[in-house]
Design a protein around this ligand. Structure first.
Ligand code: GTR
Length: 322
């Protein structure tokens, strides 16, 4: 029976009557709320795993940060207290700096370019390298492009960003990137951003449309600037400890289901990006475009050497990829 699953990748041939009792329960951590596309994809992944393992492996999604902020979740995954998580590549790059290559500012021309990279040997190399950190890299998810937003003014040039107090992820590369663009940087966990903006501790932050929407940050920072300074892929990861609790066959099924859920996530992502943009406009968000992309690109260019000097050949391959 197991052979059937593997041959068909993530295909099911099981009827309800054939379902067995769960042999193992796992937990998956997600900081986004249920209406965010990555949370929906997590649930699709866990649904597929349960179906394809004939109910032997059950994974419950704890969304909305119930299991803690991403940085803490990552610690816990490493020693096996949490089994699975969907986190940002930016979070994992803090313990595995080579991943910074994939989140360098303006490294991808657009979304298609990023996906060609992620689903090539380069993406596989980085996904597999996660194994060095007691983790299993399962698949990439989309997170679009990140843009600055704030409560003070509409931003069209780099000078407009000057002096704004901006929250970034707890990632050294993101801190240096936002500094290079002239902002006063405040790294903090995602879950604290809304109230920090509401209390005026910070003026703004930066994120993609769906996160800006579902976190309700737009309620307290209505100026959104499409500068697309980074595309940071999402990662679905597992603790290596899960290998002690599932068979090799079930591990293969889990990996195949993760890969399968990428298609689902990417479709949901594109839909949500458009929906969020529309909803935000209707809610009174003022969306501006930057006037001169190259002034942004130039301001952050020194980060390539600082964060990825050992990977200049891979960077070249990425940049030359059609
Ligand atoms: C989101 C991402 C999260 C987290 C968050 C943040 O776009 O999906 O994993 O990194 O940004 O800014 O902390």
């Amino acid at each position: 029976m197991i052979g059937l699953f593997i041959l068909g990748g993530c295909q099911s041939h099981i009827s309800d009557q054939e379902k067995s009792k769960p042999e193992v329960y796992f937990r998956l951590a997600e900081i986004h709320p249920p209406d965010h596309p990555t949370t929906q994809a997590d649930k699709e992944f866990t649904r597929l795993v349960e179906e394809r393992t004939n109910g032997r492996v059950v994974i419950k999604v704890y969304d909305s940060g119930q299991l803690g902020p991403e940085k803490e979740v990552l610690d816990q995954i490493q020693f096996g207290a949490i089994d699975f998580a969907r986190v940002s590549t930016g979070t994992v790059a803090e313990i595995l700096p080579k991943l910074n290559v994939l989140q360098l500012p303006y490294i991808y021309r657009d979304s298609d370019h990023m996906w060609r990279v992620l689903n090539s040997e380069i993406g596989d190399f980085f996904l597999e390298s996660i194994e060095d950190k007691k983790l299993i890299g399962l698949t990439w998810y989309d997170a679009g492009a990140r843009n600055f937003y704030n409560s003070v003014r509409a931003v069209r040039t780099r000078a407009d960003l000057e002096g704004l107090r901006v929250r970034v992820m707890e990632s050294q590369l993101m801190v240096d990137m936002a500094k290079a663009l002239g902002t006063l940087v405040v790294p903090m966990p995602y879950g604290e951003v809304y109230s920090a903006m509401q209390r005026g501790v910070i003026d703004g932050a930066e994120n993609n449309y769906p996160s800006y929407d579902t976190s309700l940050h737009y309620e307290v920072a209505k100026y959104y600037t499409v500068d697309e300074h980074v595309r940071i892929p999402e990662l679905l990861i597992a603790s290596q400890k899960i290998k002690e609790r599932v068979s090799e066959e079930d591990l293969e099924i889990i990996k195949a289901c993760a890969e399968k859920s990428q298609e689902f996530q990417r479709e949901k992502w594109l839909i949500k990006e458009k929906e969020s943009e529309q909803k935000l406009k209707e809610a009174g968000v003022i969306i501006t475009q930057i006037e001169n992309r190259s002034e942004f690109v130039e301001a952050v260019s020194s980060l390539y050497d600082r964060y990825a000097s050992s990977y200049l050949d891979i960077i070249k391959q990425i940049q030359e990829m059609e």
